[in-house]
Ligand binder design. Structure first.
Ligand code: UDP
Length: 240
């Protein structure tokens, strides 16, 4: 697979074309951002740490029967993925109340939820990713009824795999964000998990001490961000 031109530079990853239009290369940079790109920094080793954690988690999901765009690790900072047409919404699942949900409803961070709560957000930094419901998504044409149902089912299946995976490592999987799309090579087929699963897009708390092991360390200036990301990786068994 030959690396070609840069296609898109996001906040933490750069996407490159390959000689096959069905595949892309995702390059994980050391950049970190928060608050819709307002707070920015570079963290040494973040790119390779997230590339390897993502590869490990995606392989676990794939082994459990959840289709993902991940193909294989290429090198320290790059992975080969299927080219996808993404649905422009973010799927969030919450096992414990935190972050925007805690603020929105005035519920204490750390409140356990009797069952997981699913939320959709529109993917738009300019609009600060507003919460949207099924009707907004369907009527405004961002996804079909069937795609909405698939995003919910797949997200709950991901939760059923990842909650125990982190629990076995002594980590509470509090919440996380997923994005789905259709592979360009199979535009009418089922939705496939895209983007990434790394400590940048989830909340992970040490099950005993409650210590934060995720991007809240950066958002809230708690320090030692990548040391904690790497601890997550080693505790779940990801080769770093
Ligand atoms: N999240 C994300 N990208 C976003 C918004 C949220 O990865 O654009 C993740 C976030 O890291 C957390 C979960 O989704 O694990 C829920 O985020 P929340 O709605 O609480 O928003 P926050 O205030 O943390 O951005």
């Amino acid at each position: 697979m030959e690396k070609r031109q840069e296609l898109y530079k996001g906040k933490a990853k750069t996407v490159y074309a390959t000689d096959d239009p069905a595949y892309l290369i995702m390059h994980y940079r050391d950049d970190v951002s928060a608050f819709d790109g307002v707070k920015l920094a570079k963290l040494d080793k973040k790119g390779e740490t997230n590339n390897k954690i993502n590869a490990y988690v995606m392989a676990k999901l794939s082994a459990a029967g959840v289709a993902t765009h991940f193909v294989r690790l290429l090198n320290e900072r790059e992975s080969l993925v299927k080219a996808m047409k993404m649905i422009p919404v973010e799927c969030v699942v919450r096992n414990v109340c935190a972050g925007s949900m805690a603020k929105r409803y005035g519920i204490a961070e750390g409140t356990r939820l009797p069952e997981p709560i699913f939320e959709f957000f529109l993917k738009s930094d300019a609009l600060h990713d507003p919460l949207v419901n099924d009707d907004h998504i369907r009527v405004l044409g961002w996804a079909s009824v069937d795609e909405i149902a698939q995003m919910k089912t797949l997200t709950h299946r991901v939760n059923a795999v990842l909650k125990p995976l982190f629990a076995d490592a002594g980590i509470d999987l509090v919440d996380y964000k997923l994005e789905f799309g259709h592979p360009v090579a199979d535009p009418d087929g089922p939705l496939v998990l895209g983007d990434e699963f790394t400590p940048d897009g989830c909340r992970l708390w040490d099950a005993k001490t409650g210590e934060k092991l995720d991007k809240d360390r950066f958002r809230r200036d708690l320090g030692s961000v990548i040391e904690h990301y790497r601890e997550v990786g080693s505790r779940i068994g990801a080769p770093l």
